[in-house]
Design a protein around this ligand. Structure first.
Ligand code: SF4
Length: 184
């Protein structure tokens, strides 16, 4: 019998896991509906991560992480929603509220202006998609634009936690030195 290559095996395993996860979410959604919940979102994707289900009942929003298990070999589903995961769900809930104008966006780390830049079609260079341009590659070489006093002053003065543009940002980037190696 021909054996599957490792890549094919991994693909099948991933597909199976995803299908199992989808089935689990379907079952969870059905069970919630039977109990009178309205499903507001499924697989709600944010820059922070994804929420499997968001449901509502009697004015209360519930953020749900669905864990589907074939056995208890790797622990119960409840154990998989550990404190770090719970904290993440709270941040996702804050994000969901902020998108709807019901609160501030949760704090996030971002070093986009220190590890990247955006070049517009007209040559202007921005520290990220949301902040103003600090130079133009038609006026100076790219590395000079990046290291010009204006760009350096911007980076020096930017406090991502406090800056009003950053506090509304939905597309932040945080790269650590090791992350760049993974991209190469
Ligand atoms: S948080 Fe957003 S707006 Fe602020 S520097 Fe990062 S990408 Fe730009």
């Amino acid at each position: 019998m021909p054996s599957l290559g490792n890549a094919a095996f991994q693909t099948i395993m991933k597909t199976t896991r995803r299908e199992l996860g989808d089935q689990g979410e379907d079952l969870a959604a059905q069970a919630l509906k039977k109990q009178g919940y309205k499903i507001i979102e499924r697989n709600y994707l944010t820059p922070i991560g994804e929420v499997d289900l968001i449901a509502k009942q009697k004015g209360v929003l519930v953020f749900i992480e669905v864990k589907t298990r074939k056995s208890q070999r790797f622990g119960s589903p409840a154990e998989a929603v550990h404190p770090a995961k719970q904290a993440k769900l709270r941040r996702l809930a804050d994000y969901f509220a902020a998108v709807r104008g019901a609160g501030a966006f949760p704090h996030h780390k971002c070093n986009a202006p220190w590890v990247s830049a955006v070049i517009e079609a007209d040559g202007s260079v921005r520290p990220c998609f949301f902040h103003q341009a600090y130079g133009n590659i038609h006026d100076a070489p790219f590395d000079e634009v990046l290291n010009a006093p204006r760009a350096m002053a911007f980076r020096k003065g930017l406090k991502v936690r406090k800056n009003p543009v950053c506090r509304q940002c939905v597309c932040f980037l945080y790269l650590r030195p090791g992350d760049l190696k993974k991209i190469e």
